[in-house]
Design a protein around this ligand. Structure first.
Ligand code: ARG
Length: 462
């Protein structure tokens, strides 16, 4: 019992650790999130030590029983995490001594906290990446569902936020499906890259015990063991990959949220949300504000910040383990929590969006959005060069603007003033819905195209 409050390294030390450093240097409040990974990695490590006859079977059994007891204590919230034992690894080891006595001392054979922490962390990042992948898929499904109802909903497509050409609301939404599909691929690639087990690298140089690292790797569901013990304990690429992928994904959702905020503004007035995605004002009784969308837009700042911090911690860090690395976890945990909330909110936001179809159609007619169609028509039907047609179409736009008309309000006579040799078919060219449906090139906005893409997406997302 005398040892109960002592650190593992107490015998080497005469003086006590500074109280303030104990608080600042302890990571237990953060890395207790790794307890499941720490315990499973310890169990597998001990099984390997027994298999290799490095420790006795009976000791192995006792340790594993003790570890399982600790796990169920933590599961039930009955574990007293202690700052003075720094981190999750030493909290668990200390507890093991308390439960099974000196036999606990065999557990830390042929390993170090340096390979232990990176193994736990990789396991956590792998599992959390899968969770993020699941949530990205949910957002993609909500996009498909909303798009499916809006392949015929005409709205103005914008460049420079100026009306450009008519598109469908579905096509606009599905742009985000593609972005998220790439995000998923990025996260999947990360799993492939991190899938090597560092356990058994020990402090930095490997170990003289006859350990079986392939066995450990396999049992922990890694593809293989890492191949350089120094790199193993100092590599945090996987944390950066996770934060980078999270930052991009959050950036995509921030753009979606911003689109929605603009479309929902009184100036644009193209979409509404269910009340579930709106909040009121404490002073202005009429207000309905899109706060969830604004949080999605803003919180990408947190994701960028975490990535930047991690990159900075790694810059110029000499090779192998340093305490600097301890702060990797709070960054990744925060990055994960933030992105997960963003994904949850995004799914709900997309489900709650209601296009105001009449207003979209009306706005699609503003800004002479079929001017390109008229130019294309002249080029195709009248054998003019595109530049000549473009110039004639500009004249038509000027004429319409001067007469305060939208292009679809022009009469055949009006058009004939610009180009004589046209018949009434030209009027169809200036119709926004026809314009949208004429964009049949692969990846274009025509309703049939988009419906075909939705079919493809539905198959691939399952
Ligand atoms: N808590 C430490 C971390 O998160 C574990 C590794 C500590 N190793 C050491 N030699 N101090 O990085």
């Amino acid at each position: 019992m005398k040892n109960k409050n002592k650190t593992i390294w107490a015998n080497r030390f005469k003086g006590k650790t500074s109280k303030s450093f104990q608080r600042i240097g302890s990571s237990i409040n953060i890395d207790k999130r790794l307890y499941k990974q720490d315990i499973i990695a310890s169990i597998v490590h001990v099984q390997m030590l027994v298999k290799q006859k490095i420790i006795h079977k009976i000791h192995g059994k006792k340790i594993i029983n003790g570890l399982n007891k600790i796990k169920s204590k933590i599961d039930k919230g009955q574990f007293n995490f202690q700052e003075k034992f720094e981190d999750i690894h030493l909290n668990i080891e200390k507890k093991l001594f308390e439960i099974i006595g000196p036999t606990a001392g065999y557990m830390h054979t042929a390993r170090s906290r340096n390979d232990q922490v990176v193994t736990d962390f990789k396991l956590w990042v792998k599992e959390s990446t899968k969770d993020i992948l699941k949530h990205i898929s949910l957002v993609m499904k909500s996009i498909i569902k909303k798009a499916n109802k809006n392949t015929d909903t005409v709205m103005p497509g914008f460049t420079h936020l100026k009306n450009a050409q008519p598109i469908s609301f579905a096509h606009h939404l599905l742009a985000y499906y593609e972005m998220l599909k790439r995000d998923k691929k990025r996260f999947e690639n990360n799993i492939d890259l991190l899938d090597e087990c560092p356990l058994g690298s020990a402090a930095l140089s490997g170990t003289s015990y006859k350990i079986d690292r392939k066995y450990t790797a396999e049992k922990l569901s890694f593809k293989k063991p890492t191949e350089n013990s120094i790199d193993s304990v100092s590599d945090r690429d996987f944390a950066i990959d996770f934060l980078y992928s999270s930052a991009i994904c959050a950036m995509h959702l921030s753009r979606l949220a911003e689109d929605f905020i603009i479309f929902n503004s009184d100036a644009f007035n193209l979409i509404n949300f269910n009340d579930s995605m709106l909040t009121g004002s404490s002073i202005m009784p009429q207000k309905k504000n899109p706060d969830p969308a604004e949080l999605i837009r803003g919180r990408v700042g947190i994701n960028y910040g975490k990535l930047n911090s991690m990159l900075t911690i790694m810059k110029g860090l000499p090779t192998s383990y340093f305490k600097d690395l301890q702060d990797d976890k709070i960054l990744v945990f925060d990055g994960y929590d933030t992105l997960k909330d963003t994904l949850i909110m995004s799914e709900e936001l997309i489900n709650a969006v209601k296009p105001l179809k009449d207003k979209m159609l009306r706005m699609a007619n503003k800004g002479f959005t079929t001017a390109t169609d008229f130019a294309d028509y002249l080029a195709k039907e009248k054998n003019l060069s595109f530049r000549e047609s473009y110039s004639l179409s500009a004249k038509l736009v000027n004429f319409a603007e001067k007469n305060n008309k939208t292009l679809d309000q022009l009469s055949l006579e009006d058009i004939k003033k610009i180009y004589k040799d046209v018949d009434k078919n030209v009027l169809k060219i200036l119709n926004v819905k026809n314009s949208m449906n004429s964009k049949k090139s692969y990846g274009g906005t025509a309703s049939n195209n988009v419906a075909m893409m939705i079919k493809k997406y539905k198959k691939e997302i399952k």
